[in-house]
Write a new protein. Structure first.
Length: 391
């Protein structure tokens, strides 16, 4: 039975989320945070990420709880005919179906989009998340975030000459894919108001990874020159880098010549902004190495935290480099409500803040099969029995 949320821009939208691991669950959480009724289907053994720890809650690893709040949770062994019938029952009054099964799995189960779902549920928005899409030279191959970071060029621009290509320290491709999937779903729901028809929303990790290559892709498409490893530096802007100071590591991002004049004055080196080798950004890029060395020598003499505050208030983006705990404990993080607590659950807050219909966390991540009886009816507890998962 659909649950009508009292909050959020997506209240009244019902979503069946049969995805696992990260991109799909993150997508479902984004939509649930803004009021959608999201029912998460897990195999009887649970989503893989329930075991991706430590740390653990009493029921799951933090990796799971970080992307599954605001959902109701059920278990179905979709390798079984009866469970697939229950899925079809759930889709009868659903608006959206999210899944990331291996290509061909739904077809093998007699649940292919074109053959079955689109005909039986013409208003359904079906979101398919895959590694590489379902066709083409790499179609239907499995894909994990770090592998695709490597294949799509992201690792080639991350790191230093000493480190070599390096994985970005968060699952950026998965998270971005989940975000793009949520955007695609909301676009399809918007279009449905006109056409009264659903459609397939296909999002591939590989495509999303390529779309993130800005500006390296734009630079290469124009020049044909691949981006070298620059560490924390920027290929098109100087200075835009990490520096050591007397008190802390800081990041200073100078985006234009006016900001560079302010930065140089704050260092007591106004002469640098008058030097023709550094007065314009193209010149600073050409003379990156020598200018960076000069700036680093000056910054080692200064209190970095105080300097960053002074620069930022003067209009020059700058800040100390915090660890995760420092960032989550910062007074501005608290002010922006970017850490939330609910029924023993703690997580990051909602980055999209709507003025009239704000989203909010209202339900902790579900325990395995917690809502079986509520959603599937009495006698559903047998679905929790541990069996294999063919995804």
């Amino acid at each position: 039975m659909p649950v009508s949320s009292p909050f959020g821009a997506l209240r009244g939208v019902r979503i069946i989320d049969a995805s696992r691991v990260l991109a799909g669950p993150y997508c479902g959480q984004l939509l649930a945070d803004h009021g959608a009724d999201v029912i998460k289907i897990e195999p009887p053994g649970g989503d893989d990420t329930r075991r991706w720890g430590p740390p653990f809650t009493e029921d799951a690893a933090s990796y799971y709880t970080g992307v599954n709040r605001n959902k109701r949770g059920i278990t179905l062994d979709l390798t079984q005919d009866e469970a697939r019938e229950r899925l079809l029952d759930l889709l009868e009054d659903a608006d959206v179906f999210i899944e990331n099964f291996k290509a061909g799995t739904l077809e093998k189960w007699g649940l292919g989009y074109e053959e079955v779902l689109a005909k039986r549920f013409p208003r359904l928005v079906h979101c398919r998340i895959t590694g590489f899409g379902t066709d083409g030279p790499l179609g239907a191959l499995p894909g994990y975030d770090a592998v695709i970071q490597g294949m799509a060029g992201l690792m080639s621009i991350n790191g230093t000459p000493a480190s070599g290509p390096t994985r970005i320290g968060i699952p950026l491709v998965d998270i971005s894919t989940g975000t793009q999937a949520a955007l695609g779903i909301t676009m399809a729901l918007h279009e449905r108001h006109t056409s009264q028809r659903g459609q397939l929303v296909e999002v591939a990790l590989y495509d999303v990874a390529l779309s993130l290559l800005h500006p390296p892709a734009a630079n290469w498409l124009l020049s044909g020159v691949p981006q070298p490893l620059l560490g924390n530096g920027h290929p098109n802007i100087v200075p835009y880098d990490k520096f050591q100071t007397a008190t802390a590591d800081v990041f200073i991002g100078v985006g234009n010549d006016g900001q560079f004049r302010k930065f140089a004055a704050a260092l007591g080196r106004a002469d640098l902004a008058e030097n023709e080798r550094y007065s314009t950004n193209p010149q600073r890029v050409r003379n990156r190495q020598e200018l960076t060395l000069i700036l680093q020598q000056e910054l080692l003499l200064l209190d970095g935290v105080a300097l960053c505050d002074r620069l930022a208030r003067a209009g020059v983006p700058a800040g100390p480099i915090n660890d995760v705990g420092q960032a989550l404990s910062h007074a501005h993080t608290q002010h922006r409500e970017m850490v939330v607590e609910l029924d023993g659950y703690r997580g990051t807050g909602l980055p999209v803040k709507l003025s009239r219909t704000p989203g909010r966390p209202s339900r902790r991540p579900p325990r395995l099969g917690e809502h079986n009886e509520e959603i599937l009816g009495s006698g559903a507890a047998h679905e929790v029995a541990a069996v294999g998962d063919e995804r």
